[in-house]
Design a protein around this ligand. Structure first.
Ligand SMILES: NC(=O)C1=CN([C@@H]2O[C@H](COP(=O)(O)OP(=O)(O)OC[C@H]3O[C@@H](n4cnc5c(N)ncnc54)[C@H](O)[C@@H]3O)[C@@H](O)[C@H]2O)C=CC1
Ligand SMILES: O=C(O)C(=O)COP(=O)(O)O
Length: 387
């Protein structure tokens, strides 16, 4: 019986992927084989040794101690692209809320008093305060052209906007998906100088912390709108508020409220709603459940953020999955132990990614605990599992 512990609300459509006969899935469970979570911060959680894999039902993995898991030989999975449409639609919503002053206008409408005739009169007076601007012909800068950024960029082109994108690690797959009319910027500064709206779709890490700061805001066009549906910390909120107060920026739309932001008249904050649609939650949960299941049952790895992609069809009932440091002679030492203990290797796949390597091998006879212990004892072996 495999045990999956859910640390956040996960769509039942994903949880249904785990057959009840072979899986126990619960939010409270002893010695889980895998964690399934969304945004819960795992950095200060004591993760039990029983955990063989972590599945993030979403895109961002900055809530997970990836290096610590790599050192244990534990793969971390995410669900690339599974919530991209939900974020794209919220970015569009955010652009329109911002450029048409919708939230401020709605607040004003809610505060109208008197009979309906006086409300109608008042409406004609106040509406001039909320005159906005339209999207076609404006320029949207998209920082990060991954699953979300690409989809946002194409959408903006379809709406008649000019689009300039920046991503120093743009993949070939994304380049194929991007509309050919999207302009490429060589630097963030070049993108900012051209944009009326700037939207950020990069992961949070040391390289993207404070990516949008006072110096960069000062290089932007006056009255630009910044949208942050990526992560708290990528945009320096203090600097943005200062620029809003100085009349440099038009508005700031983001998914990460704080005391500084939530009541500011030119800021719209949402409670981390980017991926909160039934569709996105289902897509993410199903993708992660499939990946965890294939890893637990077969050792295969798809969409891990720290392990290589590995898929090997099964040729016998005796499989071993080994994670080790990516150093010479690991496969040699492992196969020597198997040969010495009378196992014939029927199939073997070894792949590496950075400092990690991962080996799947099928043998003709059952692998005993003693053999597992001998392989575990090899210097550099991080985790060993028989499946
Ligand atoms: N608000 C919400 O609910 C959601 C937020 N997110 C956030 O959005 C981020 C992006 O998600 P996806 O597009 O699905 O990820 P992705 O991995 O498909 O794309 C990220 C892109 O950013 C690029 N990138 C990395 N560092 C960069 C830099 N310094 N400058 C420019 N580009 C850079 C990468 O090359 C990659 O193409 C996630 O990491 C997560 O933090 C994702 C989903 C929902
Ligand atoms: O996928 C992401 O990176 C998100 O930020 C979505 O977070 P959530 O799953 O809604 O807690």
């Amino acid at each position: 019986m495999y045990k999956i512990q859910t640390l956040n609300n996960i769509s039942v459509k994903g949880l249904e992927k785990f057959p009840r006969e072979t899986y126990e899935v619960a939010s409270e469970i002893q010695n889980p084989d895998a964690y399934m979570l969304r945004s819960l911060k795992l950095h200060n959680v004591d993760i039990p040794e029983s955990v063989l894999a972590i599945g993030r039902a979403g895109a961002g993995v900055n809530n997970i101690p990836i290096e610590k898991m790599s050192a244990r030989g534990v793969p971390v999975f995410n669900a690339p692209g599974a919530n991209a449409n939900a974020v794209k639609e919220l970015v569009l919503t955010g652009m329109l809320l911002g450029c048409r002053n919708i939230c401020q206008a709605w607040e004003c409408a809610k505060n109208l008093t008197g009979d309906d005739e006086s409300i109608s009169k008042e409406v004609e007076q106040v509406k001039k305060k909320f005159v906005g601007f339209e999207l076609p012909g404006r320029t949207l800068g998209v920082i990060g052209l991954g699953a979300i950024g690409t989809s946002v960029a194409n959408m903006a082109r379809d709406l008649g906007m000019n689009v300039v994108g920046y991503d120093p690690a743009l993949t070939v797959e994304r380049a194929w998906q991007l509309s050919s009319s999207i302009e490429s910027a060589n630097t963030v500064d070049e993108l900012l100088a051209k944009s009326d709206f700037v939207t950020i779709h990069v992961p949070f890490n040391e390289g993207t912390k404070n990516l949008i700061n006072a110096r960069r805001i000062n290089t932007m066009n006056d009255n630009a709108i910044i949208l942050n549906f990526s992560r708290n910390g990528i945009v320096n909120d203090e600097d943005v508020v200062e620029a809003l107060n100085a009349g440099k920026l038009y508005s700031y739309i983001c998914d990460f409220p704080s005391n500084l932001l939530k009541d500011h008249p030119r800021v719209i904050t949402l409670p981390h709603l980017g991926a909160s649609t039934g569709e996105a939650e289902e897509n993410c949960a199903i993708m992660i459940a499939d990946q965890l299941k294939d890893f637990l049952e077969n050792g295969n790895i798809k969409n891990s953020v720290n392990f290589p992609q590995v898929k090997m069809p099964r040729v016998s009932g005796y499989r071993m999955a080994i994670a080790n440091s990516n150093v010479p002679n690991m496969v040699g030492q492992i196969s020597s132990i198997l040969a010495e203990t009378g196992h014939n290797i029927l199939d073997l796949l070894n792949k590496s990614r950075g400092d990690l390597a991962y080996t799947l091998l099928d043998v003709d006879t059952e692998i005993t605990k003693d053999v597992v212990d001998q392989i575990k004892a090899i210097d550099g072996v991080l985790s060993v599992r028989t499946i």
